[in-house]
Design a protein around this ligand. Structure first.
Ligand code: FAD
Length: 417
């Protein structure tokens, strides 16, 4: 596609940029996607593959905050802050703390719930239209607890999900063992969520959605965007090699790097990265029936067509510090204890950058400076799950349609106060 004949330039070919390209191309828009890597090669390639439509509780919920001091005592625990990064992190942490107030939490859960109700039909519908409906696994998830007190601590969260219409069942004894044979007896109870889904492999899903976007006319170019400016026809992306590309609309879907571009338009968005780690073991490493969630230890184990993925953890350490793969190892060692019989050799380690806002809601909406630049980032732990719904909301904004859910809760404007 000639670079001077495009309606919409999307910066970022992670799952959010790709889904947005797919939905815009379906409606006949001339779309060009730019990325300094390739299609879904970064964070969107190695995540845990959950379509977590029932995950409506923000990170800043009371349960998480209560656990943080204990986790911070453990430098390789599930939630850590790199000490050298702490000073830069303080403003974001302050907002994170504020997001845990009762009234903020209530609004966030409502907004996240509304988004998730639309996320499910949008994602499953897009995958069907792209011919990859068979990449969805409908096995549900099983969250596991080692004590009655751990289960009791989770109950307020389950009540909030029940109020949002999410089905689940607490299991014990033989029901628990049937749901996942081979579990360590240290787990005395668990919660099965039948509507939770996973995908066969998140990278394959992203690349297949891209193939669908391409079939509908979307194009890709390599390059690093260094800034964005406005002009009379729309917006201009400036590249590291000195080139520029103009488009009527520019969508910033650059994951954890998006706020660096937004600031050129006067938008100061508190985006941080929650770095996450995993190890993908070979196919057949364990007879896993569904995704297992060890929330007390901050990690999940997922059955993929490409292997068994053991990972999670949150490390607040910015975009530049080198990875600490001891985190991958720690989770794998725990998984060996929790799933005796797990074949833990031959794994591949990975780290990704979750793009995270303090209130766990994504940033979807126009720049304060111009309607010609739109933001689609900040999905934290849920970027795969919410990619298609984000694409739909961006498509509505571009077309000037009223969306089927209110978009104000996701607006970049919420950070101005
Ligand atoms: C361990 C882990 C497990 C996870 N599990 C799940 C899960 O089970 N389910 C779920 O829904 N989510 C999960 N997530 C979160 C999910 O992976 C992310 O929210 C999602 O991948 C973000 O997608 P994105 O497209 O916004 O960003 P990215 O995938 O990071 O894509 C952004 C792209 O923008 C490009 N880019 C950035 N800046 C520029 C620039 N200036 N110029 C050109 N290109 C640029 C980058 O190269 C990159 O390709 C997990 C994350 C981690 C780390």
């Amino acid at each position: 596609m000639p670079k001077d004949n495009i309606d919409i330039l999307i910066i970022g070919a992670g799952i959010v940029g790709v889904a947005t390209a797919a939905i815009l191309a379906e409606s006949g828009r001339k779309v060009l996607v730019v990325d300094r890597q390739g299609i879904c090669e970064g964070t969107s390639s190695g995540n845990a593959g959950a379509l977590a439509f029932s995950d409506i509780l923000p990170m800043a919920s009371k349960g998480i905050l209560a656990k943080v001091p204990g986790w911070l005592m453990d430098p390789l625990g599930p939630f850590t802050i790199r000490p050298s990064y702490l000073p830069r992190l303080l403003p974001w942490l302050y907002r994170f703390w504020r997001a845990s107030s009762a009234d903020m939490l209530e609004r966030t859960v409502e907004a996240q719930g509304a988004m998730m109700r639309l996320a499910e039909p949008e994602m499953l519908g897009l995958m069907q239209r792209a011919g990859i409906g068979n990449m969805v696994r409908e096995d549900g998830s099983l969250e596991l607890y080692e004590s009655e007190s751990e289960l009791n601590a989770s109950l307020p969260g389950w009540s909030a999900r029940k109020a949002a219409g999410i089905a689940f069942e607490h299991l014990r004894g033989s029901q628990l063992r049937e749901c996942q044979p081979g579990l360590s007896p240290r787990f005395i109870t668990g919660t099965f969520v039948p509507g939770w889904k996973t995908v066969s492999d998140p990278k394959h899903v992203g690349q297949s959605l891209w193939n669908y976007a391409q079939r509908n006319g979307a194009a890709f170019t390599h390059g690093e965007v260094t800034s964005i400016s406005m002009n009379t026809h729309g917006a201009v992306a400036h590249f590291a090699d000195g080139q520029t590309i103009e488009a009527a609309k520019v969508v910033v879907a650059a994951g954890a790097w998006s706020h660096h571009l937004a600031k050129y338009l006067g938008d100061h968005i508190p985006l941080e990265t929650e770095r996450g780690y995993n190890t993908t073991l070979p196919v057949g490493a364990f007879d896993l029936k569904r995704q297992l969630i060890f929330s007390g230890h901050g990690f999940v184990v997922t059955p993929l067509e490409t292997g068994i993925r053991v990972g999670g953890a949150v490390e607040l350490g910015g975009l530049k510090l080198p990875p600490n793969y001891k985190r991958s190892e720690i989770m794998l060692r725990k998984a060996e204890q929790f799933l005796p019989g797990l074949q833990s050799k031959g794994g591949r380690q990975w780290m990704g950058y979750r793009p995270s806002t303090p209130d766990s809601l994504p940033v979807i909406g126009s720049s304060r400076s111009t309607n010609n630049v739109l933001y689609a980032f900040g999905h934290g732990h849920l970027g795969l799950t919410q990619s298609a719904v984000t694409a739909r909301l961006i498509s509505d904004l571009i077309a000037g349609h009223t969306s089927s859910i209110p978009v104000d809760p996701y607006s970049p404007e919420r950070f101005r106060s």
